[in-house]
Design a binder for this molecule. Structure first.
Ligand code: SIN
Length: 304
């Protein structure tokens, strides 16, 4: 028998597999396809203080081995999520969920964090300081160590639950940002959000996305994400949630070997809605075939 359980910032998960924010909504549509209680947890759609319609369309562009999105944090707002969606979620998801929150100011992050922290089925607060698709928020807090630290400290001051800072790959030194978050009190970091990219329509000779640029995700980014998790593991002691192009149990084990405690699966959910179920089922078989009885045996083992 192998043990797939992991502990993320003090809370035990049955396995490290977590659908990433923005690829799983609030879980309801996926709960109609399979019992999502088999997951470690999931991270719900990035939620802001006010409801947001998101960016103009087109906001998706296909790429080989991945996709671009410029959704722009479309969501119903934190009051609707805390007042209606989270209570309804208890009917189909019986585990603590990760509350992913976004913001355009430190005060907005604080307001959202405080409200999410008060919901009894929220286990962790994941703070998105890395959305590349909005102006004046998101990424602007995630590309400077000082700004990342300021948001971290402000959110930590109002939360009883573990705070995980979601980091951007669109920086020169992601380890420096992770270390700044740790020093400011973060309980964990998650990485990577999407890579800033674009495509151009040959006939119109203009960018395909109405927002011009978008976030690139999918299997092509996996080696970049893995390298960044590896670098961050060498810079911090707090748990790392690895993500970026993960689509198989093999990718999950690579992320854990690089130093991740848990692993999020993003764009793969959009192409194959059952992918997380498949990974959860495949993981113990792959561990057994490799002689791994517990994931703690291999965490960070690729270093040195
Ligand atoms: C979006 O809603 O634009 C995607 C969220 C993100 O990349 O952080």
């Amino acid at each position: 028998m192998v043990n797939t359980k992991v502990t993320l910032c003090g809370l035990e998960l049955d396995n490290p597999v977590i659908p990433a924010s923005g690829t799983f909504g609030y879980g309801e549509e996926f709960a109609a396809l399979y019992d999502i209680n088999m997951l470690g947890s999931f991270s719900f759609k990035g939620t802001t203080r006010e409801p947001r319609f998101g960016n103009p369309t087109p906001r998706i562009a296909e790429c080989s081995e991945g996709m671009l999105n410029s959704v722009g944090l479309q969501n119903p707002g934190i009051d609707e999520v805390v007042g209606t969606i989270l209570p309804q979620m208890k009917a189909y998801f019986h585990k603590p969920v990760i509350a992913n929150i976004g913001g355009f100011s430190v005060e907005e992050y604080v307001d959202c964090a405080k409200k999410a922290d008060g919901a009894d089925n929220v286990g962790w607060i994941e703070v998105n300081i890395s959305c590349p698709n909005v102006h004046g928020g998101g990424l602007s807090f995630g590309t400077s160590p000082a700004a990342a630290a300021e948001v971290t400290a402000a959110v930590k001051a109002v939360c009883k639950k573990p705070v995980i800072m979601k980091l951007s790959p669109n920086v020169t030194n992601i380890a420096e940002i992770a270390a700044a978050c740790e020093t400011a009190g973060a309980d964990g970091v998650s990485l990577i959000n999407t890579l800033l990219g674009m495509r151009i329509d040959l006939k119109r000779r203009k960018p395909i996305l109405a927002n011009k640029t978008g976030g690139f995700s999918g299997p092509a980014v996996f080696p970049v994400a893995l390298r960044m998790v590896y670098e961050v593991w060498e810079a911090v002691k707090i748990p790392i949630v690895g993500m970026g192009g993960v689509q198989s149990a093999r990718d999950v084990l690579e992320m854990i070997l690089a130093g991740a405690t848990a692993v999020q699966v993003g764009a793969a959910n959009l192409r194959e809605p059952m992918v997380c179920k498949t990974i959860v089922e495949e993981l113990p078989r792959l561990m057994a075939s490799l002689g791994i009885s517990d994931l703690s045996e291999i965490r960070g083992a690729s270093h040195g």
